[in-house]
Design a protein around this ligand. Structure first.
Ligand SMILES: O=C(O)C[C@H](O)C(=O)O
Length: 463
């Protein structure tokens, strides 16, 4: 493969001839071949938005001439358009400040700008990666700002629409099944009845609650560290630079970005991402619980609980003919485990770093964005391929309801807890119905029993 020679302050280095990146990216590419995780595209695009806003503000503050600012902005638009996705080859496992990814952006923008300006990739570029593209900036304030921007976009554009769709699907199912009375279960034991609609309304409310918690977390992400430069003081950036860049981003993206009140905090602490990951963990916990309930209620088809039918999407077994498995719930619960693991890694990483800088930034944003993507995708899949197709298995639901011993609870106000317990125990021990046991013990006459033990009057009016 043909190479060209590029230079940085360390000296010369060979770079693939047509690569838009330069010497510093190439050094990272060679020095950090760790794992298979690359800097997420959402981060690259967030950086492009940020560099574009920085160029606009540098121009307003007369630090960049029109020609250079226009070129930088044009390249950022091309990056956002996906034209240069292959030019960002760096791994997550690199310097903890993300400097090499910041320089990857600076170099690609400078080199592509040279081509747009009619020059060659031969270092005669009109734009310098550090002096112009990185003007008034450091990795230490741009990388954390890009982390927040990437998280906001990814949550807003991919996760929230799927969360909404799942909630609406559950709401529809809850309404559809509002008249189906079934037995409740607590501690995995028979309990008093409720409707299937009420049971699903609990799941719907859990998803709504997660949605609200995620929206609260977005509020913590809008403030950006930009303007703090190397240690938070803003050295080499003009007064008001960070505020103006945040305003420009708010104008161009429609998200209410601001400059963080304390930029020292923005560089050295990532509690906002810990908080956001906590909200995602809450969603993962709710997803785990709902998917588990669905697969238990659908267990069988002959030897399980069997109260729900779920869509038969694919053969479940390579050896057992005709077997159908609850595969969507398995994917969803695996994702929930991964999100909880990511949350633990984010918590550890955010608690680290010394003095003015947290140097665990790439691992923090890699884990957060992976959680968002996995949750968005699995929720979409679980909703379309499972939840939307759930139907009740009425004969099984009715059989379980009639068999349940805990309908006896309705007798307690009439004959007392102790007598009601005697009826339940006798019915269980002698294999008879509650009604038969009540008559045998001479505690409740059959007519009274039918009047008092009526599942329809035991579900109250809620939802
Ligand atoms: O890359 C920078 O702008 C700063 C770097 O992370 C450092 O603090 O050494």
């Amino acid at each position: 493969m043909a190479n060209r020679t590029e230079h940085d302050t360390m000296g010369a280095i060979q770079v693939p001839a047509d690569a838009l990146w330069g010497a510093q990216t190439e050094r990272s590419r060679q020095n950090f071949t760790i794992g298979r995780e690359f800097m997420p595209q959402a981060m690259i695009h967030a950086f492009a938005r940020l560099k574009k806003a920085c160029a606009a503000v540098n121009r307003q503050m007369t630090l960049l001439d029109d020609h250079r600012a226009d070129l930088i902005i044009r390249v950022c638009d091309e990056i956002l358009n996906g034209d240069h996705d292959s030019q960002f080859p760096l791994h997550v496992w690199q310097t903890g400040s993300g400097t090499q990814t910041n320089m990857n952006l600076n170099e690609v923008i400078a080199n592509r700008a040279a081509l747009l300006d009619g020059k060659k990739l031969d270092e005669t570029r009109p734009i310098h990666p550090n002096d112009h593209v990185n003007k008034s900036q450091s990795s230490n304030d741009t990388f954390p700002a890009a982390m927040h921007i990437a998280a906001v976009f990814q949550i807003h554009d991919t996760l929230l629409p799927e969360v909404d769709r799942m909630r609406l699907t559950l709401e529809k199912k809850s309404r559809e099944f509002s008249q189906i009375i079934k037995i409740g279960r607590t501690h995995l034991q028979d309990a008093t009845p409720l409707t299937l609609g009420q049971e699903i309304s609990g799941w719907e409310a859990m998803i709504q609650s997660s949605r609200e918690q995620i929206l609260q977390s977005l509020e913590t992400l809008y403030p950006l560290a930009i303007g703090g430069t190397a240690v938070g003081t803003g050295l080499n950036a003009p007064q008001g630079f960070g505020k103006a860049v945040a305003q420009e981003l708010a104008r161009s993206t429609g998200h209410p970005f601001t400059q963080m009140e304390n930029t020292f905090h923005g560089l050295t602490g990532h509690d906002q991402i810990v908080f956001t990951s906590g909200a995602l963990k809450g969603l993962a916990a709710n997803l785990m619980k709902i998917a588990n309930d669905v697969r238990w209620l659908a267990s069988g088809p002959r030897c399980g609980i069997g109260e729900l039918n779920i869509p038969a999407n694919e053969p479940g077994s390579s050896i057992m003919p005709g077997k159908i498995n609850p595969t969507q719930t398995e994917a969803a619960t695996m994702v929930a485990c991964q999100v909880m693991g990511n949350d633990a890694a984010i918590g550890f990483a955010a608690s680290q770093g010394n003095f003015e800088l947290n140097v665990f930034k790439p691992v923090i944003i890699h884990n957060l964005l992976q959680s968002v993507t996995l949750l968005a995708d699995t929720i979409a899949s679980f909703t379309s391929h499972c939840l939307a197709g759930i139907t009740p298995n009425i004969p099984v639901i009715e059989r379980h309801l009639k068999n349940s011993l805990m309908l006896v609870t309705a007798l307690a106000p009439h004959i007392g807890y102790d007598n009601a317990a005697r009826i339940a125990k006798k019915a269980l021990a002698d294999g008879m119905t509650l009604k038969e046991a009540a008559a045998k013990l001479d505690l409740v006459q059959p007519g009274q029993f039918d009047e008092w033990v009526n599942p329809e009057t035991m579900i109250l009016g809620r939802k």
